[in-house]
Design a protein around this ligand. Structure first.
Ligand SMILES: Cc1cc2nc3c(=O)[nH]c(=O)nc-3n(C[C@H](O)[C@H](O)[C@H](O)COP(=O)(O)O)c2cc1C
Length: 178
């Protein structure tokens, strides 16, 4: 499925009462996808299983966001955040995601799990999309991938610090203002 998908710029939505659910192995390969995920992303479950979750990565997403996700979940903690995803058609859909590690009985991380619901479109438009565009712009100013992600992460954490709250508090303040 290594076909290059071009973003169409068209936003699509899933019903507010539904959750998009997926599970992955430790490397982020999809091991479970619910019906809402398959439907909005435009893939069958069989097509999704075994694929890297980056299959639905949208090029507008800054790398720093995913660095923050992976650093947090690999350390055994949960994270909430906004993600712009790309369907098979190239259309995009925004989600408010909760990503968590799953543990075995010895406390080892054995998998990851994510539930996503529809974010408030006005929060995405007024706060998140402009923030991510700025972080992406910062990242694109660096030819070196490692430096790009570090600079993006700094832009992201500086923004959170400027609001004088923690990252988690900011995510919840935005989502619950909805
Ligand atoms: C449980 C779980 C759910 C994820 N969900 C998404 C998602 O919805 N969209 C996305 O682009 N990346 C998601 N990711 C992150 C991807 O694994 C990947 O890091 C990201 O798409 C960036 O791709 P890259 O790491 O190849 O640059 C998820 C990861 C995990 C562990």
């Amino acid at each position: 499925m290594a076909v290059q998908i071009r973003p169409t710029g068209k936003e699509v939505f899933f019903p507010a009462g539904e959750l998009i659910v997926s599970k992955t192995d430790l490397k982020g390969r999809i091991t479970y996808a619910n019906r809402t995920f398959c439907h909005i992303a435009g893939y069958t479950e069989a097509e999704l299983l075994g694929q890297p979750h980056s299959l639905i990565r949208h090029p507008d997403m800054p790398r720093a966001v995913f660095r923050l996700v992976w650093d947090t979940i690999a350390a055994g903690r949960e994270i909430f955040g906004y993600v712009k995803n790309m369907a098979r058609s190239g259309d995009h859909y925004w989600v408010f995601a909760h990503i968590t590690p799953s543990f075995d009985e010895h406390g080892n991380i054995v998998a990851y799990h994510s539930n996503r619901r529809m974010p408030d479109p006005s929060v995405v438009a007024s706060a998140i999309a402009p923030l991510y565009a700025e972080v992406l712009r910062v990242e694109q100013g660096h030819a070196n991938g490692k430096q790009a992600v570090e600079a993006g992460l700094k832009a992201l954490t500086d923004f959170v610090a400027s609001k004088k709250v923690s990252y988690d508090e900011l995510m919840f303040a935005l989502q619950s203002a909805a």
